[in-house]
Design a protein around this ligand. Structure first.
Ligand code: R5P
Length: 325
């Protein structure tokens, strides 16, 4: 007689915070499943309450939340949902945070600064998360901030698929808008068979969201320039880069970014004539007023659904990316 007793079946449970229900519903649909309804409410004083409508005992739970503005509220809601899942005896809890909150605060640039991305990982852990799934972390080392498995997904296959049919590699240059993106832009340049250019961007450490461009390293004159970035927040990094590229003779500037944060004035300034098109994914919700004719939004749900399926079935997430990891 075996000492190991096998009973019952694993149960996949998907729940979502309120920030971007459309994305969570698309993920559930791609998995041929449905979200377990959560009774989530905000009280008059701002406190959040969440309770799942069904039992989650013994479940393999995926708690989805999209960290859009107001980011602290959505973060708190997800933490509360993880806590509720833990106290309801879920067997395993995975935080699905397509856009990892506070990812840009990943190190101390100056004395007396916090490392908020680490704090976020600690908060998820304290709430009861066993693992984290996220798309295009601003810095890969964030994986090490969480003491447990982190499934780091890449939107590159989704974005590349879109661009491959549209761009001619013989006249294309892939552009990293700052030093932080060079490694990722280099992978894009390999995949597209196009050379790489790098922009030397500087920020004023004393003024938030201000960007200046210093130099461009690489061949951009007479070429279509594809700027790749993990996120667009105010849009200033991209607009400054596009202005510099056009001033150096680029014929077209197209932009690919995973996370469309689009804080003001992004929607307005990204419509500048120096930018020919912008392609993003829907890791974050984009209301109709933040769309324009030269913006394309690609669905990220199929990629996340495949990764959830792989995690649930003990399959491989790495193999989804064909060596991109
Ligand atoms: C910087 O390191 C990031 O990759 C983005 O380029 C930056 O955070 C975007 O911010 P913004 O759109 O406000 O310039």
């Amino acid at each position: 007689m075996s000492a190991i007793k096998i009973t019952g079946q694993k149960r996949l449970v998907l729940v979502s915070g309120r920030a971007h229900m459309a994305l969570a519903e698309q993920i559930a649909a791609a998995l041929d499943s449905e979200l377990v309804h959560t009774d989530a409410r905000t009280f008059a004083n701002g406190e959040i309450y969440a309770r799942f409508d069904e039992s989650v005992r013994g479940a393999d739970m995926f708690v989805i939340q999209s960290h859009t503005n107001p980011i602290n509220e959505w973060l708190m809601e997800q933490l509360i949902m993880v806590d509720a899942a833990k106290r309801a005896s879920a067997k395993r809890i995975t935080v699905v945070a397509p856009f990892y909150p506070y990812a840009r605060q990943d190190k101390k640039g100056r004395g007396r600064e916090p490392i908020s991305a680490r704090l976020i990982a600690d908060l998820f852990k304290a709430a009861g998360a066993d693992r984290i799934m996220s798309v295009d972390l601003h810095a890969a080392q964030i994986q090490g901030f969480f003491d447990g498995p982190v499934d780091h997904l890449f939107a590159m296959p989704v974005l590349l698929e879109h661009f491959k049919a549209l761009l001619d590699p013989s006249s294309l240059t892939v552009v990293s808008p700052d030093m932080g993106r060079v490694r990722v832009a280099d992978i894009w340049s390999d995949k597209l068979g196009a050379p790489l250019a790098i922009i030397h961007k500087r920020r004023d450490p004393l003024v938030a969201n201000q960007v200046t461009v210093h130099e461009i390293v690489g061949e951009v004159e007479g070429r279509t320039c594809l700027i790749v970035d993990d996120l667009i927040d105010t849009g200033r990094t991209i607009v400054k880069a596009a202005e510099a590229l056009k001033a150096h003779g680029a014929t077209r500037v197209v932009v690919a970014a995973t996370h469309a944060v689009f804080s003001d004035p992004a929607t307005e300034i990204l419509q500048s004539d120096v930018i020919d098109s912008v392609v993003v994914t829907d890791t974050l919700p984009l209301p109709p007023e933040k769309h324009w004719d030269r913006l394309t939004v690609l669905p990220i749900a199929p990629l996340i659904a495949r990764a959830i399926d792989a995690v649930f079935n003990d399959g491989s997430v790495t193999s989804m990316f064909d060596g991109a990891a």
